[in-house]
Design a protein around this ligand. Structure first.
Ligand SMILES: Nc1ncnc2c1ncn2[C@@H]1O[C@H](COP(=O)(O)OP(=O)(O)OP(=O)(O)O)[C@@H](O)[C@H]1O
Ligand SMILES: Nc1nc2c(c(=O)[nH]1)N[C@H]1C(S)=C(S)[C@@H](COP(=O)(O)O)O[C@H]1N2
Length: 266
């Protein structure tokens, strides 16, 4: 896939700098430096856009809508891009290639204690480490939120349908505590439930602890995202995720429309 891309200014940009990228021409109410897609669709998060001479590349890290000042103008579909290497931005509109070389992973830690800073979150970063050790991951983003069903619901929908992360893994809040709401909130947004993955986690966890029966972790799909609940402790994250890692690549391929014969890979 290609997009016709230009910069609003001719200027040097540096690695790790973040700039907005707008569709539908230049926004009327944004004066700073930005990139503009003159032709082509907004790329998904994790995608890398590369200039024709290979000198410039940027990665899409999150999407948003830019609200114009005028009530008569619609908001503009936009995203933030991270500069991957220093280059001189050019105002000439050129065809850049768009490629995604790995999955976009979001982890969500549900922890009242973590959210108020009373405990360091180790479970979320561990998810990134474990998935990254097994699959090619192009982009990781983490979220630390309290055990609040409305916040979780809107985050799950946003990550799966707006941002289009391939994998959305939650940790915490799967038990029976008064504020444990992760499974029912996940059930309220998923489209296809995957009881096989839930069973695989339970079977594995029962070999480690009888307390595994307390977790109500849910797995399911929303759009082209796979949403997985994991318990809160880093030990449980490691044990339960280990049961699913071997099946993730094939699950995502099928979820995202792979038509190939399963017998080739099973
Ligand atoms: N995100 C986390 N990072 C590190 N350790 C954690 C995390 N979540 C849980 N644990 C560990 O697992 C144990 C049990 O987890 P559980 O989610 O039941 O804790 P909690 O304190 O009730 O959760 P909350 O943070 O929502 O109040 C905790 O006492 C802690 O040792
Ligand atoms: N694999 C595994 N699963 C596990 C555990 C564990 O140590 N290992 N702990 C259990 C415990 S003690 C609880 S209370 C539930 C729910 O944990 P959560 O509320 O932090 O999600 O997960 C269970 N699942």
């Amino acid at each position: 896939m290609n997009v016709i891309l230009r910069s609003s200014r001719e200027e040097a940009v540096v690695r790790d700098q973040r700039l907005p990228l707008f569709t539908s021409g230049s926004p009327k109410s944004f004066a700073g430096p930005c990139f503009i897609i003159d032709q082509g669709a907004m790329p998904t998060v994790g995608s890398v856009l590369t200039s024709p001479d290979d000198a410039a590349s940027v990665q899409v890290v999150s999407k948003f809508y830019w609200a114009e000042d005028s009530e008569d103008l619609p908001s503009i579909e936009s995203c933030w891009v991270r500069i991957l290497k220093d280059f001189h931005a050019d105002s000439l509109a050129l065809p850049w290639t768009v490629a995604k070389q790995g999955y976009a992973l979001a982890w969500v830690t549900l922890s009242d204690k973590g959210y108020v800073g009373a405990r360091e979150d180790q479970a979320g970063p561990l998810i990134a480490e474990l998935v990254g050790g097994d699959l090619s991951v192009a982009l990781v983003q983490g979220y630390l939120i309290p055990d609040d069903p409305r916040r979780l619901r809107s985050l799950l929908v946003g990550l799966a349908l707006e941002q289009q992360f391939d994998l959305v893994l939650t940790t915490g809040g799967t038990g029976v505590g008064p504020r444990d709401i992760t499974p029912e909130t996940t059930l309220s947004v998923i489209e296809k439930r995957l009881p096989g993955m839930e069973t695989a986690m339970l079977q594995t966890a029962l070999l480690k602890t009888a307390h595994a029966v307390i977790s109500r972790a849910v797995v399911g799909t929303l759009g082209q995202s796979l949403i997985i609940n994991l318990p809160g402790s880093p030990k449980a994250v490691r044990e339960n995720l280990g049961a699913l890692l071997p099946a993730l690549r094939h699950t995502l391929a099928k979820l995202q429309g792979d038509q190939s014969d399963c017998a080739q890979v099973c």
